[in-house]
Design a protein around this ligand. Structure first.
Ligand code: HEC
Ligand code: HEC
Ligand code: HEC
Ligand code: HEC
Length: 424
């Protein structure tokens, strides 16, 4: 049941996680670079004439093997063009095309394609002959779009496949610039890229892991789903674990959490503003914090001794219990300034948008170790941002939070904390 009390498994996972984090981190760094050369869509239109043969003059690929570029995020397009040019991403057709482009050309054509309507503005091509497609799939297997949707939206924790929706958005409409849109992409192309990630001929640590754990049938299911997402009714998961399973750990954890209740609340909804809510927080994140309080790598005079008394098994059980509880969030006014900073960051001041790691709904990203911050107590949020800024809290991998917090003013932190506390 619990993968994470097996030592070796854990080492493998933390190894994989570091790579995911590194690759995310590098991707995030490249945002600022990409934004630096701002593109001119009109100039891009002229320059894109050479691309039209394959990607269509409306950005809709001329055939299944040519990806749609219409409405794709410009940062993502630029990143891919650079990768083709440097040889990090290999394709015999695209290598010479990209080699001929300067950084300005890349920014211009990206601005042009990203401004085109997702469906190419008109009827044709785009959505490949619905349903059946996935051209060269093994004959025996009939792809199941509902299974594809289920895997897309829920992932499969038992096989270490993250849900795709967290990064690529609802029906493939990604709201985060560094994650490509998959909506309206050719299903054949999606299947081909997943196979490329699976066999590592295309390198991205996060995608290599998820696709690596997918079977060819999963990939065929995923392509079938994207052939026409609107046609797939709401599905109930098949092989997927429910979000908060009542396990033996959860039951044992409830009893063991009695000593924590005074400060964190019996159900993890701490009644005191300076004590964090633990309800609904990711179990992996909670375990990491408890281990670090115990080791002293996260310092707190109250939590240090509390954690010192816990065994690894206690931590697992208590974390499982709290993570299975529902966070209670009151109706709060929030903050428009905080909201803008959370979703948009600030390019001039080089502040990475919080949404990139903590997610559209503030629910974080369990697999990558990004905690839930939605509905957390405001005073606690503010205190943690200040701790990261001063370096008093420095248990974040790759100084991810410290380097973001370093750029925040006190009033930024006030507004951000107000906004995050109001997120549901
Ligand atoms: C001769 C056909 C051809 C031409 C011309 C061409 N491309 Fe491509 N392009 C491809 C193919 C094939 C792929 C998919 C490569 C793969 O499977 O990894 C691709 C992929 C891409 C991607 C990655 C898309 C994604 O979703 O990851 C971008 C961006 C791109 N092309 C931009 C351009 C631009 C800009 C031009 C014009 C300067 C251009 N291409 C001209 C064939 C072409
Ligand atoms: C942690 C975030 C994350 C998750 C979760 C995730 N992806 Fe991705 N995905 C990415 C990133 C980042 C890229 C771009 C990689 C690059 O720059 O080459 C990508 C690229 C892709 C591409 C290639 C798109 C193109 O235009 O070339 C496909 C297809 C894809 N992902 C499908 C999936 C599927 C299916 C799942 C769920 C099983 C999934 N992804 C889960 C982050 C994620
Ligand atoms: C006397 C009050 C008190 C008690 C009792 C207490 N805590 Fe805490 N806890 C705190 C405070 C204060 C913090 C914030 C520390 C900081 O500022 O870094 C905290 C932080 C935490 C965090 C980090 C949360 C996050 O979002 O990063 C975890 C996990 C945690 N406590 C778990 C527990 C567990 C499990 C117990 C019982 C074994 C417990 N606590 C008992 C006061 C308490
Ligand atoms: C590059 C990814 C990344 C970005 C961008 C990011 N964070 Fe974080 N954040 C993290 C990680 C990782 C942690 C947990 C560190 C640890 O393991 O203790 C964290 C922790 C936090 C915490 C403490 C949560 C707790 O329960 O103790 C707060 C508050 C927070 N982030 C707010 C923000 C805000 C506000 C922004 C935008 C200004 C932001 N973060 C941007 C990765 C990120």
């Amino acid at each position: 049941m619990n993968a994470f009390n097996k030592k070796t498994q854990k080492h493998v996972e933390s190894f994989v996680m570091k790579h995911i984090l590194t690759s995310l981190f590098l991707t995030l760094l490249s945002i600022n670079i990409a934004v630096a050369a701002s593109g001119d869509a009109d100039a891009g239109k002229t320059k894109a004439a050479t691309c039209a043969a394959c990607h269509g003059s409306n950005g809709i690929g001329a055939s299944d093997t040519f990806p749609n570029l219409a409405g794709q995020h410009s940062d993502y397009i630029v990143k891919q063009l650079k990768a083709f040019k440097s040889g990090d991403r290999k394709d015999p057709l695209m290598a010479p095309m990209a080699a001929a482009l300067s950084e300005q050309d890349m920014a211009d054509v990206a601005a042009y394609f990203s401004g085109l309507p997702h469906d190419g503005g008109s009827q044709d091509s785009g959505s490949a002959s619905a349903g059946t497609s996935t051209s060269s799939a093994p004959v025996a297997y009939v792809p199941n779009p509902a299974a594809g949707k289920s895997l897309y939206e829920l992932g499969d924790a038992s096989r270490n496949i993250a849900s795709c929706i967290g990064c690529h958005g609802s029906e493939g409409n990604s709201e985060v610039l560094i994650y490509p849109n998959l909506a309206n992409q050719h299903p054949e192309y999606i299947a081909k890229q997943l196979m490329n990630f699976k066999n590592k001929s295309r390198v991205n640590y996060a995608m290599n892991q998820f696709a690596g754990n997918m079977t060819e049938d999963d990939i065929a299911d995923m392509a079938a789903y994207f052939a026409d997402p609107a046609a797939v009714a709401n599905v109930v998961s098949r092989k997927i674990m429910p979000a908060a399973p009542i396990t033996d750990e959860v039951i044992a954890g409830k009893a063991k959490s009695a000593t924590c209740a005074a400060c964190h609340g019996a159900d993890g909804n701490s009644p005191v503003a300076i004590y964090p809510k633990l309800a609904g927080q990711s179990a992996d994140y909670l375990i990491k914090q408890l281990q670090e309080f115990k080791a002293g790598t996260r310092k707190d005079p109250v939590m240090g001794p509390m954690a010192a008394a816990l065994s690894e098994q206690d931590m697992l059980e208590i974390a499982s219990y709290y993570s299975a509880q529902k966070i209670a969030v009151a109706e709060l006014a929030g903050s428009d300034i905080g909201k803008k900073l959370y979703f948009g960051g600030n390019v001039k001041r080089k502040i990475t948008a919080c949404v990139a790691c903590h997610g559209v709904n503030g629910k974080g990203m369990n697999k990558a170790g990004f905690p839930t911050i939605a509905g957390q107590n405001e005073a606690y949020l503010k205190a943690q941002l200040m701790n990261f800024k001063k370096g008093q809290r420095n248990n974040d991998y790759n100084t991810m939070m410290q380097s973001v917090a370093a750029k925040l003013s006190v009033s930024d932190m006030d507004e951000l904390a107000k906004f995050m506390a109001s997120m549901k």
